[in-house]
Design a protein around this ligand. Structure first.
Ligand code: FE2
Ligand code: FE2
Length: 428
């Protein structure tokens, strides 16, 4: 994102407490000159309009979704004195949470992202939230905390679209309507076609907002989040600024990879953008590899599911080969007891069960999750594929997990079931 400017965390809480006039005045005098020089032009237009309305409320996954929640929302211009209130449904007394605000620009468009972190929540409870600006309620949002038991998730393959996001809207709306109780929503990467384009992010967010609702959102970074407007490789600044994913213990690469628990499942979200980021983010993949082994060894969750954007197979090579980067992750995942691996990137649905790369009836399910956008590729069937659907296929997945079963199902947008796989474990 060439024109982006980020204001660091230490500044954001400070800005959150400023009035609109004070903020603008400070901006003109601030010593963070290089940052503010690039934000002043969009800021002027951001403050020029009428009262901004909070939009795109979302609940980003946290490490423990039973007891904590991170709520984000956005505006195009600064909210005056934003405050966050919440309560358990049925309770008469509201509590408050601090509001952090981060300003940045996507493609010269101002974006203000607000965040409120809630902790010490009770598991399995409905939480009602309210945002005030200038002393008046400006938006509401509600969600239910994870109860740690059985869970259903919606899992979407690449949603990137050329032109408008109508195809993605149709797939995600249909899925959300059919699965009203799905508590978790996963996008497998390439949410947008161009990660530096405001029109793409606005198209994706506008069409996702209502269907996502209060579900916990887990974004996986894809390669298309790492392209500039000129289609050069770049740091995924918009993705990183929009989604505050859980702490991964990294000093330099927060939000590039992470893990979290939902219900009986430990999810491991890995960064596979080796081609795009190896030079731009030195050390990222070495530290991720060390973290992955630590993370998998430390979890006591019943199931372990890995989410990778790139697939096992690099279909761009002729003849196609194993993706050399993903190949390095497979032994670590399998030797640490991964139960299932989901991938994306090829815009095709394939299911394999493999053990050390060989088809095996009791092997790990590796599911290439398909396509939820309007970009279709020619993808050859590979010898490892047990199931391969046509390339013009649109689909979504569900995951259902409890103490003894883990099931993935593949649906057409109209709800027709096309494929499923169930894993079982004996009760503990
Ligand atoms: Fe893609
Ligand atoms: Fe991709």
């Amino acid at each position: 994102m060439n024109n982006a400017a980020l204001i660091g965390p230490s500044m954001t809480a400070f800005f959150a407490s400023l009035s609109r006039r004070a903020f603008l005045s400070l901006s003109l005098r601030a010593t963070v000159g290089s940052v503010l020089a690039s934000v002043l032009a969009p800021l002027r237009s951001a403050f020029a309009g009428s009262k901004p309305s909070p939009k795109f409320f979302r609940r980003i996954v946290t490490k423990d979704n039973r007891t904590s929640a991170l709520i984000e929302w956005q505006t195009d211009a600064a909210l005056s004195d934003p405050r966050f209130f919440w309560r358990e449904a049925g309770s008469k007394s509201e509590k408050t949470a601090d509001v952090d605000v981060t300003y940045f620009a996507i493609d010269d468009h101002p974006v203000f992202v607000y965040r409120a972190e809630l902790s010490k929540l009770a598991a399995g409870k409905r939480i009602e939230c309210r945002v005030e600006a200038a002393g008046r309620t400006a938006g509401t949002f509600s969600f239910r905390t994870d109860d740690g038991g059985a869970v259903q998730a919606l899992i979407f393959p690449d949603s990137q679209c050329e032109g408008d996001y109508d195809t993605w809207a149709r797939v995600s709306d249909e899925a959300a309507t059919r699965c009203p109780n799905a508590a978790l929503w996963v996008n497998m990467g390439d949410l947008v076609d161009n990660g530096a384009s405001f029109s793409h992010w606005n198209g994706w967010q506008s069409t996702t907002d209502a269907s996502l609702g209060g579900r916990a959102f887990a974004p996986v970074m894809g390669n298309h989040e790492c392209y500039s407007l000129e289609w050069e490789c770049c740091r995924p600044d918009a993705f990183l600024s929009l989604f505050a994913t859980p702490d991964n213990e990294s000093a330099k690469y927060q939000r590039y990879y992470y893990s979290f628990d939902y219900g009986p499942v430990h999810f491991i979200v890995l960064n596979t953008q080796w081609e795009e980021l190896a030079a731009l983010a030195p050390g990222l993949f070495e530290e991720q590899a060390a973290w992955l082994a630590r993370d998998m060894k430390s979890t006591k969750a019943r199931w372990r599911v890995a989410l990778l954007h790139r697939d096992l197979i690099d279909y761009d090579e002729e003849p196609m080969i194993r993706d050399p980067f993903v190949e390095t992750l497979v032994p670590v995942l399998e030797s640490n007891g991964v139960d299932a691996v989901l991938t994306a990137h090829a815009h095709a649905y394939r299911r394999r069960r493999l053990s050390a790369w060989k088809p095996a009836k009791d092997g790990v399910p590796y599911i290439l999750t398909g396509n939820a956008g309007n970009c279709f590729y020619d993808v050859e069937k590979n010898e490892i594929d047990e199931i391969a659907f046509p390339d013009n296929f649109l689909n979504y997945l569900t995951m259902e997990a409890d103490e003894t079963k883990l099931t993935f199902r593949c649906f057409l947008p109209n709800g027709i079931l096309k494929d499923f796989v169930t894993l079982r474990k004996l009760p503990e």
